[in-house]
Design a protein around this ligand. Structure first.
Ligand SMILES: Cc1ncc(COP(=O)(O)O)c(CNc2cccc(C(=O)O)c2)c1O
Length: 463
């Protein structure tokens, strides 16, 4: 008998049993979840047969696209031989060793060690534990505070949510935990009025020095940031920002954590985003693109400053997870990284498809609803505005409660393209394998949906 469940049945069972992340479960139950059943290349299909351009690479992660059977085979082979073993008690496994070596080779100079986790949140929790341990080993245990940015996203564990700067997450519980502090985000459109981008980048970075002096330099352990903020809305800082942050970290001896869960593995046209943005981090949390999401895997690349302390004087580092160095996840990562290397996807994003996306998004900026549009590598964002202005600072936004972004997102889904709405900021982070022609097709669908959204807001009298 055909065990395939029809969409309605799936939605009813989903609503009865499956609590989704970041979701109003009751509201979803009323309308039913969209059931995604298949992926191939840059497309996914839903249970009603609609073919959809996955402009978000799943969730910023399916860098090599769907349908890579060589990853399936690598995973199946490993499962048949050793589906699991742990890396506690002085044991290891072959895929974990090979992947650790591979990552050390791909990482920026000075990164020879990897700590494995199963997610980006666990990677950031691990980075925090390492930072605290490092300062203990350096006989400065009072250095405990980690500074981050408002509207940053660093995960959803207690530490990840605290390191993040999402107020809506902090509001649901006693977050952030003590010892985590935040400065404003380097969002030129939001805070740069009257300044050049370069001037604003320096100003935004100096917010860190002001915070350090406020807290006391001998209390500050680390600064954490995404080279480019992803879930915050593809917030690309001015080029002057990160070099100035680096100078401030160097000046006060503060460890720098570059959260590359999104920006790693080619997203910005470099293996790691820090290489493009002018950062020299001490720790690099990663996840997502390391396996293209095929199997959960995360970790932290540990730079020599921290590794030396942990390895030479640390004794037992009392931290880790059952699945740290999971053989099947590591096998998936090894094949995924081989694909990225063999198909030269990082170089392609840098030289060809990244510039193509940037030019295509620049053309979208002439749409009446688009206030400004930015792109870097294979990530891009545009702001839906009520009135366009001469500069990004002169645009008039829609009232937030109109949720125009969600109206637009619905048109996207109904017209076969997935775009993420962060408020009224619409973003894409497509698979790195997307070709120029496919980018053009995606952008044309986006333009159609912008037209449909314009009709909607006109009809509702919101303009
Ligand atoms: C920069 C960064 N750091 C850490 C995490 C946490 O990773 P895990 O989810 O694997 O624990 C992320 C994850 N990024 C993420 C996760 C969920 C939703 C969205 C969104 O854009 O709506 C983005 C991320 O983007």
């Amino acid at each position: 008998a055909d065990t395939r469940l029809d969409t309605r049945t799936l939605q009813q069972l989903d609503s009865a049993h499956f609590l989704h992340p970041f979701t109003d479960h009751g509201a979803l139950g009323a309308k039913g979840a969209r059931v995604i059943v298949r992926g191939d290349g840059i497309h996914v299909w839903d249970s009603d047969g609609h073919k959809i351009i996955d402009g978000m690479s799943g969730l910023w992660c399916v860098n090599v696209g769907y349908g890579r059977t060589s990853i399936t085979q690598a995973v199946a082979r490993q499962m048949d031989v050793l589906p699991f073993y742990n890396s506690f008690f002085n044991t290891t496994n072959v895929p974990a060793v090979k992947l650790a070596e591979k990552l050390a080779g791909l990482a920026p100079p000075g990164f020879e060690h990897v700590f494995f986790t199963s997610s980006g949140s666990e990677a950031n929790d691990t980075a925090l534990r390492m930072v605290w341990r490092y300062w203990q080993l350096m006989d400065q245990p009072e250095r405990r505070i980690v500074i981050s940015r408002r509207n940053a996203y660093h995960g959803s564990t207690v530490a990840g949510a605290s390191l993040g700067g999402m107020a809506a997450m902090h509001a649901q519980g006693a977050l952030p935990i003590p010892g985590i502090d935040h400065i404003e985000q380097p969002n030129f459109a939001e805070h740069g009025r009257g300044l050049s981008e370069a001037e604003f980048g320096l100003l935004a970075a100096d917010w860190l020095e002001r915070k350090v002096l406020e807290l006391g330099p001998d209390k500050v352990a680390a600064f954490i940031g995404e080279p480019v903020q992803g879930a915050g809305g593809v917030i690309i800082p001015p080029q002057t920002y990160w070099p100035q942050i680096q100078r401030i970290c160097d000046k006060y001896g503060i460890l720098l954590i570059s959260d590359e869960v999104i920006c790693g593995f080619g997203r910005l046209g470099t293996w790691f985003g820090c290489e493009r943005m002018g950062m020299r981090p001490d720790l690099i949390p990663f996840a997502k693109g390391v396996t293209s999401g095929y199997v959960p895997l995360g970790g932290v690349l540990v730079g020599e400053r921290v590794a030396r302390a942990l390895v030479e004087r640390g004794g037992d580092f009392n931290h880790g997870f059952t699945y740290s160095g999971h053989p099947v996840a590591c096998a998936a990562a090894l094949e995924n990284l081989r694909i990225i290397e063999d198909e030269k996807l990082v170089e392609r994003v840098a030289r060809e498809t990244g510039p193509h996306l940037k030019a295509a998004f620049a053309r979208l900026a002439n749409h009446p609803l688009v206030g400004h549009a930015e792109a870097i590598g294979m990530a891009a964002g545009l702001n839906l505005v009520r009135r366009k202005g001469a500069t990004v600072h002169d645009c008039e936004p829609f009232a937030r409660d109109l949720a125009v972004g969600m109206v637009c997102r619905q048109h996207m889904f109904d017209n076969g393209v997935i775009m993420r709405a962060v408020g009224d900021r619409m973003i894409v982070a497509p698979p790195l394998v997307m070709t120029g022609a496919q980018i053009d097709e995606m952008v044309e669908r986006i333009r159609l949906c912008l037209d449909l959204t314009l009709v909607d807001v006109q009809r509702r009298g919101w303009l």
